[in-house]
Write a protein of this length. Structure first.
Length: 102
């Protein structure tokens, strides 16, 4: 992934996760996003190695939407593929594990 693609993904993740939330500590945002990005890349690489499946931008977007729903205490989306569900659960677990107080 190029630096430009990485930056675009981080910006997209930031917009999708934080939106216009003023109460989120802006100093923690880059740290949280880096952790989520690392977990996404690890998942992508492991999935490709194990199954040959190449995760798409749409898969990542759907997983982020599921994370967003979780953070708003909404129901988990039912229309996710198994790959999207797995990535969403990894992202949720990462946020819970690091307890950033969302």
């Amino acid at each position: 992934m190029s630096d430009e693609e990485y930056k675009l993904l981080l910006d997209s993740m930031s917009d999708q996760i934080f939106g216009n939330q003023e109460e989120v500590n802006s100093e923690k945002q880059p740290e949280i996003l880096r952790k989520l990005m690392r977990e996404t890349v690890k998942f992508r690489d492991k999935l490709k190695e194990d199954t040959g499946y190449i995760i798409t931008v749409e898969d990542t977007r759907k997983a982020l939407e599921a994370l967003e729903s979780h953070l708003r205490n909404e129901k988990f989306p039912k229309d996710l593929t198994s790959e999207q569900k797995a990535l969403a659960q990894i992202l949720i677990d990462t946020v819970v594990l690091y307890n950033y107080g969302f």
